[in-house]
Design a binder for this molecule. Structure first.
Ligand code: NDP
Ligand code: GDR
Length: 371
């Protein structure tokens, strides 16, 4: 019998990689997508067959985590063996601007899924994965952070996810639902949203190298993150739902890197060496050498600047995960290291902007979204 999975947030970074993984394992996959004025299925279009094909294994349903009746109807119709709740307003900085919406989608949205499973009498059938986050650790209490490290959330996003974490634990304990938290540390990929720091840096690296952008403005360069590859992390999500007993797991690489170092690694991929001078809001990054004959860049040019607009009212300075439990109990180990991640992201963005460069060189004007 084919297993049936339902994924909220299927149009996001993780949703796309998880869909690919589950389809490759023979699952029938259902996803909830939001209605938007423009098409928003770019990341999964390559997996989505002709909607009129009767043999297809991927189905999309319109829905929203703020809409209980819609969630109940979809879950009733799909009767999933596994639900992966990945849908969320996932941008930490934006959550300071939209705290109430974030609480509704990320916090209460999780309750709506759990409650739908309970109301529909699916507590013995349906397993639930909750996309918890290293942001729960927030203000550093101890490092490396493990399943037993106390939480101290530092943003409306993290506070909403804290509720989601505990309501998941509570429904497991109260109703015996197989419901688990994956406490995932940052994971990135070429499919990462453009406003998260890694993708912002790899896109800018490609554009600056190709003469399509002058400068990259960033916020806190001292923040340290434990970065992995999304492709590895969705494997962990799947494994978490295949255990005998429902438990929560930290998924991380155990290595942390500063934002500033990620910038250096990214530019090094195109043969450019960056040197930083100054500190705080006055810090700047300059090109000190350019080894690639493909890119004609001026030595000494200032290409990185700090814009305090990107600082957060309360910041999470240091994240470094302890993946011992997932390594031993799940047998999970990441295949990518940071160097391989950066290499893949920069290569993908170079490919993307080569096309833009070609259009520009052929005389087609491309309007920048900020113009
Ligand atoms: P993305 O931002 O790429 O994707 C989020 C998804 O949620 C998108 O499909 C989005 O739809 C959907 N969504 C947003 N709001 C709603 C809503 N109200 N109702 C239904 N769907 C909604 O995030 P990631 O793929 O990176 O992350 C997946 C999950 O994992 C998120 O919950 C995130 O908070 C969490 N997480 C992520 C980590 C990371 O490093 N990537 C680390 C730890 C946790 P649309 O495409 O229409 O915007
Ligand atoms: P994060 O990711 O907040 O960790 O949340 P993000 O990439 O946004 O920030 C990482 C760190 O970089 C610093 N930073 C900047 N961040 C952004 N976005 N833009 C900038 O210009 C910039 N300059 C410096 C930030 O201050 C921060 O310290 C991600 C999301 O995927 C969450 O959904 C998830 O839960 C966590 O990872 C784990």
């Amino acid at each position: 019998m084919k297993k049936i999975a339902l994924i909220t947030g299927i149009t996001g970074q993780d949703g796309a990689y998880l869909t690919e993984l589950l389809l490759s394992k023979g699952y029938e996959v259902h996803g909830i997508k939001r209605r938007s004025s423009l098409l928003n299925t770019d990341r999964i279009d390559h997996l989505y067959q002709d909607p009129h094909d009767t043999n297809k294994n991927l189905f999309l349903h319109y829905g929203d985590l703020s809409d209980s009746t819609n969630l109940i109807r979809i879950i009733q119709q799909v009767q999933p063996d596994e639900i992966y709740n990945l849908g969320a307003m996932s941008h930490v900085k934006v959550s300071f601007d939209t705290p109430e919406y974030t609480a509704n989608a990320d916090g209460i949205g999780t309750l709506r899924i759990l409650e739908a499973v309970r109301l529909l009498g699916l507590t013995k059938k349906t397993r639930i994965y909750q996309a918890s986050t290293s942001e729960l650790y927030g203000l550093v209490q101890a490092v490396p952070q493990s399943e037993t490290t106390p939480f101290y959330p530092r943003s409306p996003y993290a506070v909403a996810k804290l509720y989601a974490y505990w309501i998941t634990v509570n429904y497991r304990e109260a109703y015996g639902i197989y419901a688990c938290n994956g406490i995932l540390f940052n994971h990135e990929s070429p499919l990462r949203g453009e406003t998260f720091v890694t993708r912002k840096i790899t896109r800018a690296t490609a554009k600056i190298a190709m003469g399509l952008q002058d400068k990259l403005y960033l916020g806190n360069l001292d923040a340290e993150r434990d970065w992995g590859h999304a492709r590895d992390y969705v494997e962990a999500m799947y494994l978490i739902l295949q255990q005998e007993v429902a438990e929560d797991f930290v998924i991380a690489t155990g290595i942390t890197t500063k934002v500033r170092e990620f910038v250096r690694l990214s530019f090094a991929e195109v043969g450019i060496t960056i040197e930083f001078k100054g500190s705080g809001a006055e810090e700047r990054g300059y090109i000190v050498s350019c080894a690639s004959p493909d890119y004609q860049l001026e030595i000494g040019k200032e290409v990185i600047a700090v814009d305090p607009a990107y600082f957060r009212p309360t910041e999470v300075e240091l994240l470094i995960g302890d993946p011992t439990k997932s390594n031993t109990k799940l047998g999970w180990k990441p295949k990518y290291d940071l160097a391989a991640l950066v290499e893949e992201m920069v290569a993908a963005d170079l490919e993307l902007f080569r096309r833009e460069r070609l259009l520009k060189d052929s005389g087609y004007y491309i309007k920048n979204q900020f113009e």
